[in-house]
Design a protein around this ligand. Structure first.
Ligand code: PEP
Length: 243
């Protein structure tokens, strides 16, 4: 089986204007010149894609969009298609982030359509899944996450086109993380549902202090990083925790 090279991906969310976004992108590109053992990806807001893409050129750091619409074009005011992301220089698209599932009401069927759109445009889809605090406390984390996988990932997935990010909703932006045993358990359950070789990232309050312990887990193939990706030093420290 092909080695699953780890990936550290930064989700900038709705942060950064031109000045700080450029400084951050340049900071990441600069640090990425040093030897490192993981793939790197940043997902800035749509408004910064072109500028950040230019700043990252030649650095080996990939560019991704934070979402995409299922349709290639049309009367969808305020939306961005997967084809537009590809045209802007992206190689990846995040889909199904919990902030979209929970604040925009996106369903598994929506996420599935977006994943298909990403593939149609030639992008790697990073499909996010994760249980709420209530789901975790009810002892249903595994069922919820496996249900999201079944509903959100189209037939015919391959390890080249798909990455899954396990992000417990209650761990995102809270400073809380599951135990490493809990992360390992859910990742192993997810792996059983995916094509061999598919990378599974952990996301939820990953920072320079906890990254090494989480990234050392056999089933963890990298991290999806929100808050800590907004500081080049912190993002790089997480990348370095890959070994
Ligand atoms: C995220 O939004 O994908 C995320 C993991 O955020 P944070 O690292 O801030 O918890």
């Amino acid at each position: 089986m092909a080695e699953r090279k780890r990936l550290v991906a930064g989700n900038w969310k709705m942060n950064s204007g031109r000045a700080d976004g450029l400084a951050l992108a340049r900071g990441v590109a600069e640090r990425a010149r040093a030897p490192h053992r993981c793939d790197l990806l940043v997902c800035p807001p749509f408004t910064l894609l072109a500028m950040v893409g230019k700043a990252l050129a030649g650095s080996g750091v990939a560019l991704g969009g934070q979402d995409c619409h299922p349709s290639p074009s049309g009367a969808f005011t305020g939306c961005i298609s997967a084809e537009m992301l590809k045209d802007a220089g992206c190689s990846h698209a995040l889909v199904g982030h919990s902030e979209r599932r929970h604040t925009c009401g996106e369903t598994d069927a929506d996420v599935r359509a977006k994943t298909e759109a990403a593939w149609r445009a030639g992008l790697v889809a990073i499909v996010c899944v994760g249980e709420t605090r209530a789901g975790r406390e009810a002892g249903q984390a595994r069922e919820i996450v496996c249900g999201q996988i079944a509903g959100s990932i189209p037939d015919g997935a391959t390890a080249e086109q798909l990455i899954v990010a396990y992000e417990p909703v209650w761990a995102i932006g809270t400073g809380l993380t599951p135990t490493t045993a809990d992360i390992a358990e859910i990742h192993a359950a997810i792996r059983g549902e995916l094509p061999a070789g598919t990378r599974i990232l952990y996301g939820g309050s990953v920072n320079p202090k906890n990254a090494a312990e989480i990234l050392a887990l056999e089933e963890v193939d990298g991290a999806l990083v929100g808050g800590a990706s907004l500081k080049a030093d912190d993002f790089w420290a997480i990348a370095e925790a890959c070994g």
